[in-house]
Design a protein around this ligand. Sequence first.
Ligand code: PMP
Length: 406
Amino acid sequence: MSKELASIKGQFPSLRDGGVVYLDTAATAQMPDRVLDRLVGFETSGRGNVHDGGHRLAQRAFDQYEAARGSVARFLGVCANDEIVFSYGATGAINLACFTLGRLFVPGDEIVLSVLEHHSNIVPWQRLAQERGLVLRFIPATPKGRLDLSFLGDLVTPRCRLVAVTHCSNVTGAVTQLAPIVSAARAVGALVLVDGAQRVPHGPVDIPALGVDLYAFSGHKAYGPTGIGVLWARREVLAGLEPFMSGGQMIENVTLENATFLPPPQRFEAGTPPIAQAIGLGAALDWMLGLDWSVQREREAELTEALLDGLDRLPGVRPIGPRTLVLRQGVVSFTAEGICDETLCRELDRRGVAVRSGHLCAQPAMSALGVASVTRASLGCYSEAADVEAFLNALSEIIRERGRRA
Ligand code: PMP
C-alpha cells in the first residue's frame, strides 16, 4: 500500500480498523475525520438557525452554511455562489428542477432522457410528462452500456426543451460524453441537465468546460453526510424559475393575500435547511479538493482494471459495462451464472465484503442490458488493491463451493 493511500484510508474511522472490505461507495461513501469533526464542531459550538441572525450562534451557523456554498462552487469550478441550491440529495435536486422547469413546458414539448438513467432521473419526468402532456424520448444504450449517441440528431428535435442524462452510469460505470449532447441541445435551444451523482465522488467537476445548464448530485456519495444534495444551475436559468416548495426563509414579503420571494438560491430553499449536512458537505468537498486527483485517477484505473480482469477470469462471471478504462469509472457490475445476485451479495457479506445487488434503481437500464439484476462492486478514493483481491478471492470461493454442490 502506498504511503498516500494508507494516509487516505487512515482518515476514515469506519474503515481504518479493516473490519470490512468496502466496495459499495456508489451506494454511499464513508466519511473522513475531517467531515465528522466539522459536524461535531457545528453541533457542539456553532448550532443555530441560518437566516434568523440576532445572536452569534445564528451568525456563525449562517456564515458556515454560506461558506459551504462557496466550497461547492469551487468544487464545480463555478464563480457564483448564488447558482448553488442546497437540496435533499440528487433525487431532491432533480425533483426541484423537474417541478420548477416543468411549469415552463407546454403540451407537446419534448424531454430527452437515456435508458441508462437512475430512477430518480426518469420517474419525476415521467410524472411531469403525464401531467402536462409532454413527450419523453430515450437515448438508447450500446451493448457495452454506454449512451448510444448515434441517434442524437433524431431524438433532439426542435420541440425538445430539455436533455437530462447521467454523467456516469451507476450500473455500467460508463462516463457520458456530454459535448455532443450539449451541441445537439444548443442547436434547438434546449437545456441540458446532468445527474452527477456517480461522477462527483470521483473528483472535481469543471462545469464551465462541460457547458451544461443544470447539474445535480448527492452529498453522501461524495464523502459527506446524508440528507443533502446540490442543484447547480446557471444564474439565468434559476432566475426564470418559480419556487418549488414554499414557506419560511424563502420570502421577501408576505401578506394574507400574497407573497413575494427572495432571489435564488434562497427562493428554492424553503424552511430551515439541512444546515449541518450542508456544512459537512462543504467540508467533504474541501477535503476532496485537497487530494491529488492525477494520482487518484491512476489508482482508480489500476483497480478497475484489476476488478475487470479478475471477473473475466472467473467461470460463469460476466462483467457488465465497457471493457476499457477510457471514460469509465470504478463502478463494476456483473452477473454470476447460477447464483442469484441477492445470495451472492449475502455470501460476500458473510466473508466481510460489502457490495450491492439488485436492479440498482435502474430497471430500464437492466432491460436495455438484458439482465434482471446485477451485483456491483464500486471503488472510492480509499479503495486499495487488497480490497479488490479480497473481493475476488471471496467471489472465487463462493463460485467454487457452488460448483462442488452442483
Ligand atoms: N443518480 C444516480 C446515477 C445514482 O446512482 C443515485 C443514487 N444511487 C441517484 C441519482 C440518487 O441519489 P440519492 O438517492 O442520493 O438522491
